[in-house]
Design a binder for this molecule. Structure first.
Ligand code: GLN
Length: 207
């Protein structure tokens, strides 16, 4: 099992470090040949409009969309979550996303006043200990489709962590803290998905 971190732009090195610390074989992904070697992908924080442009320039946007549609586990943080959203609000002119997550996210949702902040979030799925969440020019999830589940909300009810099948997304940056529970959850999904694929490739009669 090998996982990748989309390494076009943003804080991909931090994610590689976290995944390796959790024992995963993790590689940076910039081209289709690298994407084809991984069983799951993290899309880091950074600047979604730049990541979008680079992904199209490097001809990796279409292969990424195909893998997401085929069920590859993906975890997007901040700009990475924006890249995964079917609808991006307050996008720059011409900005596209890869999509997959049946959500609408608003970029830079906290405005200039509150560009960056930190807070503790209760995330029931990750256990009792609250998650210390670091927000940097962060998006919020404004609309969730019927298949999308809110994992975490701010005190005012705004959704900042979501899950939909093999897709996981946070508006904030766990890779900047020493709490790796979101990455561990992503790796669990990659493992579960890989064993389902092995089982189905063996044919249902033999399982
Ligand atoms: N504001 C950035 C964007 O629109 C996201 C910021 C981040 O990833 N920390 O892509």
């Amino acid at each position: 099992m090998r996982v990748g971190v989309l390494a076009l732009q943003g804080d991909f090195r931090e994610h590689l470090m976290v995944l390796r610390e959790l024992g995963a074989d993790a590689i940076p992904v910039r081209r289709e040949s690298e994407l084809s070697q991984v069983d799951g992908l993290v899309i880091p924080g950074g600047e979604s409009s730049v990541m979008d442009k680079l992904s199209r320039m490097f001809d990796i946007a279409e292969p990424l969309k195909a893998r997401i549609a085929a069920g590859m586990p993906v975890y997007g943080t901040c700009a990475g979550l924006i890249m995964l959203a079917d609808t991006v609000l307050d996008a720059i002119a011409g900005q596209q996303s890869l999509g997959g997550f049946d959500i609408a996210v608003r970029r830079n949702a906290f405005g200039n006043q509150l560009d960056s902040f930190e807070t503790d979030l209760d995330i029931a799925e990750l256990g009792e200990l609250p998650v210390h969440a670091v927000f940097i020019r962060a998006p919020v999830v404004e609309t969730l489709g019927p298949r999308t589940h809110a994992l975490g909300t701010l005190a005012d009810g705004r959704v900042v962590a979501v899950e939909q099948g093999n897709l996981l997304g946070t508006s904030f940056h766990p890779e900047m803290t020493d709490d790796y529970r979101f990455h561990a959850r992503f790796l669990d999904t990659v493992r579960a998905n890989a064993s389902v694929e092995v089982a189905s490739s063996r044919g249902s009669g033999e399982v």
